[in-house]
Design a protein around this ligand. Structure first.
Ligand code: FE
Length: 129
């Protein structure tokens, strides 16, 4: 099962774990920012051969049956060029901010994908003010 392939660890020691930055408590139905980043303590490489491809963000309302897809961000430039790997001028950095609102407390789930090291997940609770 796909869920069995999703890896978990402490983001302070494992560079692949997405870090979710957002308020602990939010106002119902008011937009707030969720920033997902990675490698805050231990930097992850960003090269043509080894990089983070995308983040996905989900929200599971407390007591709800189904999870909601909040958004996804792709990181598509990693130094690729006709001259060869890492010769290109453009790199995207693996950080993204998504604006969202909710009328329910719940749990954010961030999923990241490394082109070599696979899927990684982290979660963060959100309460209502
Ligand atoms: Fe990696």
């Amino acid at each position: 099962m796909l869920g069995e392939r999703i890896q978990h660890a402490d983001w302070k020691s494992e560079k692949h774990v997405p870090v979710i930055e957002c308020p602990d408590r939010v106002t119902s139905d008011e937009f707030f920012d969720v920033t997902v980043t990675l490698g805050k303590e231990v930097a992850h490489p960003n090269t043509t051969e080894h990089h983070i491809r995308w983040f996905m963000l989900f929200f599971q309302p407390e007591g709800g049956k189904f999870i909601y897809d909040v958004g996804r961000v792709e990181f598509n430039a990693h130094g690729e060029a006709g001259a060869g790997p890492n010769e290109g001028p453009v790199y995207t950095h693996h950080t993204a901010t998504i604006s969202m609102k909710t009328s329910s407390p719940g749990t954010l789930h961030a999923l990241s994908y490394c082109n070599i090291h696979g899927l990684w997940e982290n979660t963060r609770e959100i309460g209502l003010a």
